[in-house]
Design a protein around this ligand. Structure first.
Ligand SMILES: Cc1cc2nc3c(=O)[nH]c(=O)nc-3n(C[C@H](O)[C@H](O)[C@H](O)COP(=O)(O)OP(=O)(O)OC[C@H]3O[C@@H](n4cnc5c(N)ncnc54)[C@H](O)[C@@H]3O)c2cc1C
Length: 459
């Protein structure tokens, strides 16, 4: 492996000073920085983050009632302790600095900018009030500065979450969690107030296909099953599988689907009641959001059945049957995607920067030797926090192959440019002050932290 050779050989790229920029301080940015620091003992790594706060979706995506998952930030903080790493928060590449300026200041640049945009859902009525994408809604309850004033109205009794992956289940859980439970978390104050006052008693989760194809994990479903005073409703006929789903379920890789199905059957059998309800609707596609005669918002759905597409995939086909559900609040959670950065070749369909094993395409068919990608902007929006470590390591291995044996010295320091522009950047020490402040605000009211959601206040 090139990386190991470099570490072993004196006088190689590992021994000279290399300036590396990493853009984005989510899990993949930190894992990429860690790999660079390990593989290149004389490298200086600068980590840029557009927001004043580090950790990407660990702070602004992971659900507030999952504190153990959020505690992964302790390992990122250890990485940030390296004297060879500088954190520049509140520096957005594209706004405060351009990609070309990074290339002039660094030997290599890794973009780890994630995929934090909701995939668009193109149906009539999607732009109505109280209809949101999951990234806005999740950002709102997690205190993302861009979503702090999202006009969420929980006065209607019903909500619909379009999608049935883990993010959709997170959202459904947040909508029915008892206020006393919410108040124990680090949910944003704005969202806590709105959800405490909520009238929502029924949340409908929608999946285009059947239970065997559903994207949630058994662990997430078990969490819903453990919620006190919440009835889960699964239609028994949805658990009667067609032949093709039976075949899919029998495959060795369908272990999670088998567990999901067993849990869904247990839900039907136990028939537990509750003052709030989550309904699972399988084999339906959203068609239109509109108002019914009494001006209540509702969602029209088309009933689907599964059909083999001839290439071994089971796809949803409309049967012609339709139905309607009350939908006072609608959140569509059908996936995330990344955004283009600089001039790098972007694939809008997949929402990723085009790359080969992490080496970015500067243009169609032209691989960059200086620019790389890691994490969700490289692979697309899937995978848990830990998946980004292997992904970042692969990228750094590719980067080491492109690094000249003796990179020329770069004297220019980006800090000088930032200061000359008056960019109000946040160091990691500054972040620690904000972190301590949020925790002390939380401690005073018996919560893990109270999120500051306003950028000027953070600064
Ligand atoms: C709602 C939700 C819940 C999740 N829950 C879990 C969970 O419970 N457990 C789990 O293991 N995984 C969970 N995940 C998955 C996990 O969050 C991702 O695997 C991980 O965050 C992806 O890491 P990343 O670094 O690629 O992207 P991100 O975490 O999105 O980080 C990207 C960072 O780049 C910054 N950035 C973007 N553009 C720029 C720019 N131009 N200049 C400077 N900075 C920029 C962003 O502000 C952000 O901080 C969840 C994901 C979502 C969406």
């Amino acid at each position: 492996m090139a990386s190991l050779n470099r570490e072993a050989a004196p006088g190689s790229g590992a021994q000279v000073e290399v300036r590396c920029a990493v853009v984005g301080s989510g899990p993949s940015g930190f894992y990429a920085a860690e790999a660079l620091l390990k593989q290149l003992p004389k490298a200086q790594v600068d980590l840029f983050e557009g927001l004043p706060t580090p950790f990407g979706l660990v702070r602004y995506g992971v659900a507030p009632d999952h504190p153990r998952i959020k505690s992964v930030t302790a390992s990122f903080e250890r990485i940030a302790e390296s004297p060879r790493l500088r954190f520049f928060g509140n520096v957005h590449i594209g706004r405060d600095l351009q990609g070309s300026e990074l290339l002039a200041h660094y030997h290599t640049v890794i973009y780890a900018t994630g995929g934090s945009q909701s995939r668009a859902l193109d149906i009539p009525g999607i732009d109505r009030d109280n209809v949101f994408g999951s990234s806005e809604f999740v950002g709102w309850y997690n205190g993302h500065p861009d979503q702090r004033t999202l006009p969420v109205d929980t006065s209607p009794g019903s909500a619909v979450v379009i999608g049935m992956g883990n993010v959709a289940l997170d959202i459904a859980r947040m909508l029915v969690l008892a206020p006393v439970q919410l108040a124990k978390t680090d949910i944003a104050d704005e969202a806590l107030a709105v959800l405490t006052d909520s009238n929502i008693t029924e949340v409908c989760l929608l999946a285009r296909r059947g239970p065997v194809q559903a994207a949630f994990t058994p662990k997430e479903l078990e969490q819903l099953m453990a919620l006190p005073d919440v009835e889960l409703v699964v239609e028994p006929q949805d658990l009667q599988l067609d032949g093709a789903s039976e075949v899919q379920l029998a495959q060795p890789e369908s272990g999670e689907a088998r567990q999901n199905l067993a849990l869904l059957r247990r839900i039907v059998e136990r028939g537990q009641g509750g003052s709030k309800r989550i309904r699972f609707l399988f084999n339906v596609s959203p068609v239109e959001i509109s108002s019914d005669g009494e001006q209540q918002q509702c969602l029209s759905l088309a009933r689907n059945r599964l059909q083999d597409d001839g290439q071994g995939r089971l796809v949803a086909k409309a049967t012609g049957e339709s139905l309607r559900v009350s939908a006072g609040l609608v959140v569509h959670a059908t996936g995330y995607q990344g955004q283009a950065v600089g001039d790098l070749n972007f694939d809008p369909r997949r929402g990723v920067i085009q790359n080969r094993e992490g080496r970015a395409f500067a243009r169609e068919e032209v691989l960059s030797s200086q620019e790389f990608v890691a994490g969700w902007i490289k692979r697309g929006a899937s995978g848990v926090i830990g998946s980004n470590k292997h992904c970042a390591n692969e990228t750094v291995d590719q980067l080491l192959k492109q690094l000249p044996e003796a990179p020329g010295a770069i004297e220019k320091d980006i800090q000088v440019l930032l200061e000359s522009r008056g960019v109000n950047y946040v160091s990691f020490a500054d972040w620690r002050l904000l972190d301590a402040h949020e925790q002390s605000l939380g401690k005073a009211v018996g919560r893990p932290r109270r999120l500051i959601t306003d950028v000027p206040q953070m600064l």
